[in-house]
Design a protein around this ligand. Structure first.
Ligand code: SF4
Length: 367
């Protein structure tokens, strides 16, 4: 059966870098790149996606609510929701504008979805909600998702996995050690990640080969392939590498990351947008709202217009309150204070100011 290879371009730096990396490193993989267009992205994001499209040779644009008379998919669904704004607790926006479209795009065919979680992130990783989609993380030392690792270490599969290791492990000493690790029961002290890291420390490529052989005994998409070149991948791509990939390819870093200086009471700070996503995204920090107000006033005003019937983007204050001069001054001073504290810790660089809030795991919006 044909297995599709897909890669979602969110407009963020990590998925953009992953797309470039995959195209350059695995030119024979027929990867389908796609982007979910909300109609509410920043101009800088659109520029990045257009440049990527030229580099990659094509990106399928998915757009929800096709045929709607509303100007954007967001406005279509907002109307349908009775002006109820999305929030971290009621995140209908991602569901309706991105996830549903992605699931329609993939359909029921087996598909491998490449996800740009980096090697320097602590996230466990996304597990697909559809059984026919399997996530792979090429930037991490462990390219496999948690559900695959759980299956691989399941005690009912140990004898099968040991047998596979005997066939794929060329070094007899490594084999003895691998079998010892595999047969050591999971406990509170020797938990999944310890067991996983012990095997990866031994040999990443052998581990990957073993998992690939094991997957052939399951119905998961990777197991349906004759060969999977990523088993030989032991790269670990971290944040600095992502920026290098973007710069070296000529695609460049998304413009919204560029720090812009501001001054309050003789003190200098910088602001920028830390993530991709809709211009009104409720995950942005207060200083990013100020950035939007001062750098994209029209978009701030549009976001403000959506605040009606008591619904606001921020729980604590409305956008009309947030853009009062005294409040902007306060937010900027707070940002300067944080940046100075970061600088004291030797961490005031552009890269460190780009926030990667690990709690907000969403490959569809921010990766
Ligand atoms: S970027 Fe923010 S507002 Fe837009 S879909 Fe994602 S979570 Fe919702």
């Amino acid at each position: 059966m044909k297995v599709r290879h897909i890669l979602g371009i969110s407009g963020g730096k990590d998925s953009a870098a992953l797309a470039i990396y995959m195209k350059d490193k695995y030119p024979d993989l027929k990867i389908e790149y796609y982007n979910s267009d909300t109609g509410c992205e920043l101009e800088e994001t659109e520029i990045l996606i257009d440049r990527l499209e030229s580099y990659l040779g094509g990106i399928t644009r998915l757009r929800a609510a096709a045929g709607s008379t509303e100007p954007t998919p967001f406005e279509h669904f907002l109307k349908a929701c009775g002006n109820f704004l999305p929030s971290p607790q009621a995140r209908w926006c991602t569901q309706k504008m991105k996830l549903q479209e992605m699931e329609k795009f993939v359909g029921d065919e087996p598909a491998i979805s490449y996800v740009g979680i980096r090697g320097d992130e602590e996230r466990d990783g996304y597990i697909s909600t559809k059984p026919n989609i399997q996530a792979i993380f090429p930037f991490r030392r462990n390219i496999w998702s948690l559900d695959v690792i759980n299956l691989f270490f399941n005690k009912e599969n140990i004898s099968k996995v040991v047998e596979i290791y005997r066939n794929v492990c060329p070094d007899i000493h490594d084999l003895d050690e691998a079998i010892r690790i595999l047969e050591t029961p999971l406990t509170k002290k020797f938990y999944y990640s310890k067991k996983l890291n012990a095997l990866l420390d031994l040999d990443v490529k052998v581990f990957n080969k073993a998992v690939f052989e094991f997957l052939k005994t399951t119905s998961l998409p990777v197991g349906q392939l004759d060969k999977f070149p990523l088993v030989d991948n032991d790269d670990i791509i971290i944040k600095d590498d992502v920026f290098s990939i973007l710069e070296n390819s000529g695609v460049g870093v998304p413009g919204y990351y560029k720090p812009i200086e501001f001054e309050v009471d003789g003190q200098i700070g910088t602001y920028n947008r830390s993530r991709s996503g809709c211009y009104f995204c409720f995950f942005q920090q207060k200083i990013e709202w100020v950035w939007l107000y001062e750098q994209h006033r029209d978009l701030y005003m549009k976001a403000m217009e959506f605040e009606k019937d008591g619904y606001t983007w921020n729980q604590s204050e409305s956008l009309a309150e947030l853009c009062r001069p005294e409040r902007i001054r306060q937010i900027k001073l707070e940002a300067i204070r944080k940046q100075q504290a970061q600088k004291k810790q030797g961490d005031g660089t552009l890269l460190s100011q780009i926030d990667d809030n690990d709690e907000i795991l969403c490959m569809n919006c921010f990766i």
